[in-house]
Design a binder for this molecule. Structure first.
Ligand code: MSP
Length: 674
């Protein structure tokens, strides 16, 4: 039996699950079901990434032991995922013992092969945070002194012992692999991106920290904790038995590895297509077949993320939409690989058009007519006019063509096109029924043969659609299957093994509605109210969750809390924050981190401002974007250009990835923030 191993990223437990996390898992689950239906032995893995300084800090904030804190968030992921009935074989947790064993083996093997060595890591250290910062992450104080972005205290240039991974040794091997295996990184645009990044040169990677405690200790040197990405990426092999006894260990590992499909969002492409294959090569482990990087669900035009506060709340989503229709929507609406904007309006339109008025209505009207006109037995095709027989044959051809089109598109991971092929065939069936008017044929005994041909064709088409849609709509298609009088599980029926005509003479089952039509205006009004209420509840929850020691200084405590460098409101008011609109953005020659902007602050002339975000933002995509600017920062020269202000951005993760601050509503240029 052929095997198929599909994985999702393991999700950080530093925030609660949202539609973005569910999306990748829906894709993986649908692929897993599709492959099983076609006879593969599938292993489908998802799970959680539970180590690192941010998680340690979040636990501290919540006042809980770290393991207890992560257990709580893992449970929230599993609860949010449960309604989707994902068919993963396993949920990997990086805090599980077997995982740690496997990671140690990967580390040791890479080390024995000479790809991990000890060196010194240099960086700007904050004693209060117990953390290193990159120069770009630090704030600049008077006389250009670098300050901790959290504590605003001077940083010290320190070096700490660290293990390094010899990433530089893999540049040529990686390029060769990308070139010889075009399916390794998909889609092609991402492959080109990675190729040019790797061609630009690779530096060795610091893969241990002595300052982080919540992680996996380095073998034989427990003062060091492994870099979270070394730990996290290894899950894909440790969970199936690499270096441990999980699922029988080595034999199981050899059976399923290499993975056939590793699904990742484009946000973590580099980790999966540069670091991950290099780690595997270093340990002499085969590389996965395909890393497929999908686009991001945007909300209000921006990536959905907890930090931006624009996530689609799963509780609200579940209240109005069944998990099945959400599955259908995300697969049908988003062109796989590209970004897509999530709106409830689009979801409502899609559910009503493709499901309620679409396949749901086809099932309801076909089965009701079979019940009313044929005693509930699906008829054999009767004799009809040459014209009607030809139309019935056309429908049959369209349906069988949809079967091959569906698989062809699905095998290329073109989910949206695969579903479109089914919809197109369904339009043909709908039109055939509407043109033939079986409700009129039923009134005339001379038209019995024509009536039977029409209902036979409609019911048989429905049987094929049920089998095709089973990986996407597992419950609804099983209901259709039973309503058609079929036995067993549709999930086990290969669509290309179905024979036209085999469905006739079956006694149909009870007819129940599949996808009720939703009143768009009413549902939209209700959703808006629910979203507002749930946002307010979340704000409340965050306030009560944060222990007093870390609470913001809104209600200034009588006793200052040690460790917080308070400022008065007058100090704050000295900073002039204004809304600006990016007019132009371009790279600065010979400065790979800097972008040079002109920004309209509502003044006579736009300002020139430089920002160290070139590694994370494509300058071409920035014009038009509203940002927050510190407008009264003394001008200073950077690489020969005068910077007349500073753009605000959040600093995310260990590498300090900047996320530009902005607004969800439209705001005029120059508006003051206070
Ligand atoms: N823990 C790392 C991954 C380690 S894998 C060895 C991580 N976790 S995460 O919780 O931030 O999840 C990121 C992944 O969640 C994305 O790559 C993507 O699969 C999914 N998504 C998160 N937000 C998303 C959208 N807005 N849209 C689509 N997918 C999204 O990174």
């Amino acid at each position: 039996m052929n095997k198929f191993y599909v994985t999702t990223p393991i999700y950080y437990v530093n925030s609660y699950p949202h539609l973005g996390h569910v999306y990748t898992t829906i894709i993986a689950d649908t692929v897993a079901r599709y492959k099983r239906q076609r006879g593969y032995e599938v292993f489908f893995l998802t799970g959680t990434d539970e180590h690192g300084i941010n998680i340690e800090r979040a636990a501290e904030k919540a006042g809980l032991p770290v393991k207890q804190h992560v257990d709580r968030i893992v449970a929230s992921f599993q609860t949010a995922f449960a309604p989707f009935q994902f068919t993963n074989q396993h949920w990997v947790r990086t805090t599980d013992e077997y995982h740690k064993e496997g990671v140690r083996k990967l580390w040791r093997t890479a080390q024995e092969n000479g790809f991990i060595y000890k060196g010194k890591y240099e960086g700007w250290y904050c004693g209060n945070c117990n953390e290193f910062y990159q120069e770009a992450e630090a704030q600049k104080g008077a006389d250009e002194v670098l300050l901790c972005p959290t504590h605003e205290r001077p940083l010290e240039l320190l070096s700490e012992e660290s293990y390094f991974f010899k990433l530089s040794a893999f540049q040529d091997k990686l390029i060769e692999h990308y070139e010889q295996n075009p399916q390794f990184i998909r889609p092609e645009t991402r492959r080109n991106e990675v190729l040019s990044f790797v061609r630009g040169g690779l530096n060795d990677l610091s893969v241990s920290r002595v300052s982080v405690k919540w992680g996996i200790p380095v073998p034989d040197d427990p003062e060091h904790t492994m870099y979270v990405w070394f730990d996290a990426l290894s899950n894909y092999i440790t969970a199936i038995g690499y270096g441990n006894e999980q699922f029988g260990g080595e034999t199981h590992f050899k059976k399923f590895w290499p993975a056939d499909l590793q699904l990742v969002g484009k946000d973590i492409l580099r980790f999966h297509t540069v670091y991950w294959p290099a780690f595997l090569m270093a340990a002499g482990v085969e590389l996965p077949q395909t890393v497929y990087s999908h686009g991001m669900w945007l909300s209000g035009g921006r990536k959905m993320s907890k930090t931006l506060g624009n996530v689609i709340d799963l509780a609200v989503l579940h209240k109005y939409f069944t998990p099945e229709v959400v599955r259908y929507f995300v697969l049908r609406e988003m062109v796989f690989g590209q970004d897509g904007d999530f709106t409830y309006e689009a979801l409502l339109d899609r559910v009503n058009a493709d499901l309620a008025s679409g396949v749901g209505n086809l099932a309801a009207r076909t089965l009701t007519m079979v019940r009313n006109f044929c005693d509930g037995v699906i008829p054999a095709p009767g004799n009809a006019s040459a014209e009607l027989s030809a139309s019935a044959q056309d429908v049959r051809d369209a349906v069988t063509q949809a079967v091959s089109a569906f698989d062809r598109e699905f095998d290329e991971y073109n989910f949206s096109r695969a579903l479109e092929a089914v919809s197109n065939a369904r339009f043909r069936v709908d039109k055939f029924i509407s043109d033939a008017k079986p409700w009129d044929l039923a009134k005339d005994p001379a038209q019995r043969g024509a009536l039977e041909l029409v209902l036979h064709t409609a019911a048989e088409s429905l049987r094929f659609f049920a089998a095709l849609l089973a990986p996407v709509l597992p419950n609804a298609t099983q209901t259709i299957w039973q309503q058609l009088g079929e036995a067993g599980s549709v999930a086990e029926v290969r669509p290309d093994s179905l024979l036209w005509g085999d469905g006739q003479q079956k006694q149909i089952g009870e007819i129940t509605p599949l996808f009720p039509r939703l009143d768009k205006k009413k549902v939209m009004d209700d959703i808006k109210q629910d979203e507002a209420a749930s946002q307010a509840a979340r704000a409340q929850e965050t306030q009560t969750e944060v222990p007093a020691a870390a609470a913001p200084a809104a209600a200034a405590p009588a006793e200052p809390v040690p460790g917080i460098a308070y400022i008065g409101i007058d100090d704050f008011l000295k900073v002039e924050l204004r809304v600006g609109e990016i007019k132009t953005a371009e790279r600065v020659p010979k400065a790979d981190k800097l972008l040079r902007f002109t920004i309209d602050l509502g003044e006579a002339e736009p300002r020139q401002i430089l920002a160290g975000i070139a590694q994370y933002y494509d300058p071409e995509k920035l014009p038009g974007r509203k940002v927050i600017v510190v407008a009264n920062l003394a001008p200073r020269k950077l690489r020969g250009f005068e910077s007349q202000g500073m753009i605000l951005a959040a600093s995310i993760g260990e590498e300090g990835r900047p996320i530009l601050a902005g607004f969800l509503e439209d705001v005029p240029n120059g508006a003051k923030l206070k």
